[in-house]
Design a protein around this ligand. Structure first.
Ligand code: SF4
Length: 374
């Protein structure tokens, strides 16, 4: 039994599928996704953006394929990317066929939107032939007309019915490697829809609060919406949807997972808001350190507290701690124990070195852990 039961999250058991070499659902780690915003027809710019997202730990990346120029560039992008690529298709089923042939690991397509059953059969054939998964993406902003007429407005029941209709089309063609999203920009609506869907299906669920907004507002909204669902145990893969750079979406995704104790990556910073008691400029120090420690992927914790009021207590719970003292001289804690002092002017470089050394030490102690076993 857990010593801290108030931290435990009982995860909904979904069926596992593969997106390329990344397992989604079942007991696989909750994966973090984002989407590029460069023209996919410009493979150089798209690969550069994918690289920046890989540097911050993205697991799966989606690219839009609105035209044949995009699917023509997809092969080069797939070969350059270290993570599986999802091709985002709307309406044009031929783009789905081209994307599958180009090596996409997953097609984001709603089978009910591409026309006849014969077209669905063609897409399913291409997906099966190329080992592609399919992601059904229901969105409150583009619900089918008949469902809007039936329900009067986007509501959880309408989103779920739409998802079930799309799922049925895939099942009718004996295709089961799918995951589903029922996104809405209204987080109350999205959360209710995902809760209903989780009871109705056994496939993995892709979580997102769509069009969540700018960096600050969208982060808060996503943390509440996606975070609530994950806390309920619902969700196998997430995409934070911000009017911000894709790598920022990845960082926010990880912060949500880290905050819920679902996954760990990089430096978890514990820091105070600062006040008149601070022995150094806490806000500037945290901002600088977050930037300079972005390259660390090893999970470890760092506390940065302005004074002894809460500094020693937080330092006891973290790998490395710093607590502001008088006269520009601050206490450094290692593994929760007071260790040495550092002067103001050399503090940031010193902490960066300590964190890098600790990360190397942890890495040396642990073998490379594949995502499936994280
Ligand atoms: S730890 Fe010290 S400096 Fe930071 S907010 Fe608390 S009292 Fe203020």
């Amino acid at each position: 039994m857990s010593l801290r039961p108030w931290r435990d999250i009982a995860r909904r058991q979904s069926r596992q599928i593969m997106v390329g070499n990344v397992p989604v659902g079942g007991d696989a780690p909750v994966t973090v996704q984002t989407m590029t915003n460069t023209p996919t027809s410009d493979p150089g710019a798209t690969i550069d953006q994918i690289r920046r997202c890989e540097d911050v730990g993205v697991d799966i990346i989606r690219v839009s394929c609105p035209d044949v120029e995009s699917t023509a560039a997809l092969g080069q992008i797939v070969r350059a990317a270290k993570v599986p690529i999802v091709a985002d298709i709307h309406f044009h089923y031929k783009r789905a066929l081209e994307a599958a042939d180009a090596g996409a690991a997953c097609l984001r397509i709603n089978p009910g939107n591409i026309g006849s059953s014969a077209r669905v059969a063609e897409v399913v054939r291409a997906a099966k032939a190329n080992g592609c998964a399919i992601r059904i993406g229901v969105n409150g902003g583009s619900l089918e007309k008949d469902l809007l007429e039936k329900y009067g407005e986007p509501c959880p029941e309408a989103l779920v019915e739409s998802a079930l209709d799309h799922i049925k089309l895939l099942q009718d063609h004996d295709f089961h490697e799918y995951k589903v999203a029922v996104k809405a920009s209204d987080h109350f609506l999205a959360v209710a829809a995902y809760q209903q869907l989780a009871d109705a299906v056994d496939c993995p669920l892709h979580l997102g609060i769509t069009e969540a907004g700018g960096f600050v507002g969208g982060t808060v909204k996503s943390a509440i919406g996606i975070g609530s669902l994950l806390w309920f145990g619902i969700g196998d893969t997430i995409r934070v949807s911000l009017s911000a750079e894709p790598e920022d979406e990845v960082r926010v995704g990880y912060e949500i997972l880290k905050t819920l104790g679902i996954r760990t990556r990089g430096v978890r910073v514990v820091s105070c808001p600062s006040c008149a008691r601070q022995g150094f400029d806490v806000i500037r120090t945290v901002q600088t350190l977050e930037e300079r420690l972005k390259h660390i992927s090893t999970p470890l914790s760092l506390s940065i507290l302005g004074c002894v009021v809460n500094g020693p207590g937080e330092a006891r719970e973290t790998d490395i701690g710093i607590t502001g003292g008088g006269n520009g001289k601050h206490m450094v804690y290692l593994s929760g124990v007071t260790d040495h002092h550092v002067q103001d002017e050399s503090m940031i470089d010193h902490i960066v070195k300590l964190v890098e050394a600790k990360a190397a030490e942890i890495e040396a102690e642990t073998t490379d852990t594949p995502i499936a076993a994280e």
